[in-house]
Design a protein around this ligand. Structure first.
Ligand SMILES: Nc1ncnc2c1ncn2[C@@H]1O[C@H](COP(=O)(O)OP(=O)(O)OP(=O)(O)O)[C@@H](O)[C@H]1O
Ligand SMILES: [Mg+2]
Length: 260
């Protein structure tokens, strides 16, 4: 999950997809690569629990990830609410400021492969989600080299749409040089308000500009997001009608991403 622009919803979309994956019973690993570690907070991971990914990246060949992944507290929320499946898997590699060391523009080719080396030994997951910081420095590029699919999150505004267009171009250049294994480059529109004509206009523009890349449904502006994230809850367990509608959109989005 990436974007050059900050605050467009990368972490929220990652957590929505993680919640959808948990609800669907997919074995999922989320990697919080952002030094701000917002995703670890949204997942309710207690601070200091687990070796953060930034520390593992220093010597990626040395570590066995199975010793460092932590079960997200969401698993117990989901299994308590569903009164069932203890086999639900949502594992986390925690984020921390230790990652910042690698968020440089001048990573060597060897450094670019650190995350790939770190995750190479894991298996048994249906899905791995990586939340990136808002830049195309070392961490995001490490994530791209490691990924099959890149999702760019965009808001329905002039600057965000224009920025996403530039990002797609930069991503294509990067793929040709460093990441030929990426098979999908996607754009997801976030924070759409049905009652804003400007948003309808921008969504139409995105459908035209990013025809081959835009995956739908677009995600709604959801006023509960702050509360959901503050309570460190999976959106699928939040008891409002609007949260349930948003959760359904994440289900569809996850299905789209797994199909393309
Ligand atoms: N669809 C949405 N509806 C309402 N609020 C949202 C939505 N998506 C994101 N937000 C809010 O916008 C803020 C920024 O979102 P988020 O942290 O997910 O963005 P980000 O791209 O990960 O930011 P950063 O670039 O800092 O990592 C958060 O307070 C979040 O709750
Ligand atoms: Mg974020």
């Amino acid at each position: 999950m990436s974007s050059l622009k900050g605050g467009v919803g990368k972490t929220s979309v990652t957590s929505g997809l993680a919640s959808a994956a948990l609800a669907a019973g997919l074995k999922t690993l989320v990697i919080d690569l952002d030094p701000h570690a917002d995703l670890s907070t949204a997942l309710g991971l207690p601070a200091g629990q687990g070796t953060p990914v930034g520390e593992l990246l220093r010597r990626p060949k040395k570590h066995d990830l199975r010793d460092h992944v932590r079960t997200a507290p969401w698993v117990s929320i989901a299994s308590a609410k569903n009164k069932e499946d203890k086999r639900l898997v949502l594992d986390v590699l925690a984020g921390s400021s230790a990652s910042a060391l690698f968020d440089r523009p001048d990573l060597s080719r060897r450094d670019l492969h650190r995350l790939e080396t770190l995750v190479a030994k894991i298996d048994g997951y249906d899905l791995v989600l990586i939340d990136c910081p808002p830049s195309f420095s070392g961490l995001t590029r490490m994530a791209w080299v490691t990924s099959d699919d890149v999702v760019l999150v965009a808001e329905p505004g002039l600057f965000s749409v224009a920025g996403t267009e530039r990002t797609l171009r930069a991503l294509k250049l990067f793929m040709a040089e460093y990441a030929p294994s990426i098979t999908g480059t996607h754009v997801v529109a976030n924070r759409i308000r049905d009652d804003f004509p400007e948003h309808a206009y921008r969504l139409k523009e995105m459908r035209e500009m990013f025809a081959d890349h835009l995956i739908e449904p677009a995600l709604p502006e959801l006023h509960e997001w702050q509360q959901v994230q503050g309570a460190a809850y999976p959106i699928h367990q939040w008891p409002t009608r609007t949260a349930r509608a948003a959760a359904q959109r994440f289900d569809t989005l996850l299905a789209q991403l797994r199909r393309v």
